[in-house]
Design a protein around this ligand. Structure first.
Ligand SMILES: Cc1ncc(COP(=O)(O)O)c(C=O)c1O
Length: 405
């Protein structure tokens, strides 16, 4: 079979794979604890459901403009005013089938083969693959001080004549780090000065803890004209617990949005009309669901930290936001894929190997689930890895005997 070079270079999504493996085991009745997920477990807002079902009941479910319905754009414009204090026109907005598609289309609109795109590590699993899909080259920036918080020089030193764009994701998947105001201000100024595109992936921007405030990149931009190369991506998936609805968006200069819309028009004809209705319902509806999710996630983060801090050998870093914890398990083996498979195989706990985010020896543990899932999940992991634990463990009435360490 003949496969394109680009097609053959694309890896399977590690997070989707672990979800699938866990789902298969669960369907067989296995007592799986899912600490691998990337979606909140709360219900979608009622305003989203009412809005979408009302539209569906008309029976007239049609194509929409490729960049989104006027109503959808209006909701995004209002959102941008409220959360970014930024006034934009409908021509500055494109709605997509998820933030993922907005990111992909933005990259397709700006990259030529061999261009380079820099992003701090650890990074979201899809960035390298998306860049590769454009025939371009992903360039991860590892913070030199070994933290999850990049400094401007970590990015600066990787810039070459091929560099076209920088992607910043804060709060960060997988580390939960919220980058400093100083860093965001610096990177906005740097990209403007160097003429680089700056893509801000703000998908987790309202899910932050400890009284921190989301950092608004527009506050540090000097160029507010239609020449600006700042692209801000967001969506309903995480904050409104609407991952399956698949609606996200990009805000950028009018010319770029026009090009992105042309691309998207040929790829998908634009996002689903039903799901745009749902997203409009969520954005314009009662917002208390976001704060209640945020508070639950902060509590879950605290529970996860208590559990991990009591886990000798594991180095845990307190996340500032999101629903992930990225912990160093390297004392139990540098090969995080092997470790993740061992945990699913032996104690039925799903986690995502750190190597997929650019850091082997780490595991990404999700805090989307219940407190019970977090505590029991970490207890099982501890039992599986710590030779000082008792030799046996009960999961329900199933007795496990540890014979692998
Ligand atoms: C950093 C980051 N950006 C974008 C996305 C994609 O979001 P969406 O579901 O809106 O496509 C995700 C989803 O996991 C993510 O973690």
């Amino acid at each position: 079979m003949s496969i394109s070079l680009i097609g053959a270079s694309i890896n399977e999504s590690a997070t989707l794979k672990i979800n699938e493996m866990a789902a298969i085991l669960k369907a067989k009745g296995e007592p799986v604890i899912h600490l691998g997920g990337g979606e909140p477990k709360t219900r979608a807002p009622i305003d989203a459901i009412v809005s979408a079902t009302g539209y569906m009941n008309t029976g007239a479910v049609r194509y929409t403009p490729a960049d989104g319905t006027p109503e959808m754009k209006k909701a995004i414009i209002r959102y941008t005013e409220e959360f970014y204090d930024k006034k934009i026109a409908p021509e500055n907005v494109m709605a997509s089938g998820g933030a993922k598609q907005s990111l992909m289309v933005a990259l397709q609109a700006i990259l030529n083969p061999q261009d380079e795109v820099i992003f701090p590590a650890p990074y979201w699993v899809s960035y390298p693959e998306m860049v590769k899909l454009c025939g371009a080259i992903p360039v991860p920036a590892y913070p030199e001080d070994g933290t999850f918080y990049p400094r401007l020089q970590d990015i600066e030193q990787l810039v070459t004549s091929y560099t076209k764009a920088v992607i910043i994701n804060s709060p960060n998947n997988p580390s939960g780090a919220v980058y400093s105001e100083e860093f965001i201000a610096g990177i906005v100024e740097f990209c403007e000065r160097k003429g680089l595109y700056l893509i801000m992936d703000d998908i987790y921007h309202r899910l932050i803890f400890d009284g921190k405030k989301p950092i608004n990149s527009y506050n540090y931009a000097k160029d507010h004209t239609e020449n600006s190369k700042l692209i801000v991506v967001n969506g309903v998936s995480k904050q409104y617990s609407m991952t399956g609805f698949r609606i996200g968006w990009a805000v950028a200069n009018k010319k770029l949005i026009e090009v992105m819309t042309n691309i998207q028009g040929h790829q998908t004809s634009g996002p689903s009309s039903v799901m745009q209705k749902a997203a409009v319902g969520a954005i314009n509806g009662v917002q208390s669901c976001v704060e209640s999710l945020r508070m639950t996630l902060e509590n879950n983060r605290n529970v996860m930290m208590d559990q991990l801090n009591a886990f000798e050998g594991v180095r845990a870093y307190k996340p500032d936001g999101t629903f992930y914890t990225f912990a160093d398990f390297s004392v139990y083996g540098k090969d995080s894929t092997r470790l993740a498979h061992l945990l699913l195989d032996k104690v039925r706990v799903a986690v995502v190997p750190g190597v997929e985010f650019g850091m082997d020896g780490f595991l990404r543990l999700s805090t989307c689930g219940s407190v019970k899932e977090i505590t029991e999940g970490i207890e099982r992991i501890k039992w599986a890895l710590d030779p000082n634990s008792p030799n046996e463990l009960y999961i329900g009435n199933r007795k496990l005997t540890r014979d692998w360490i």
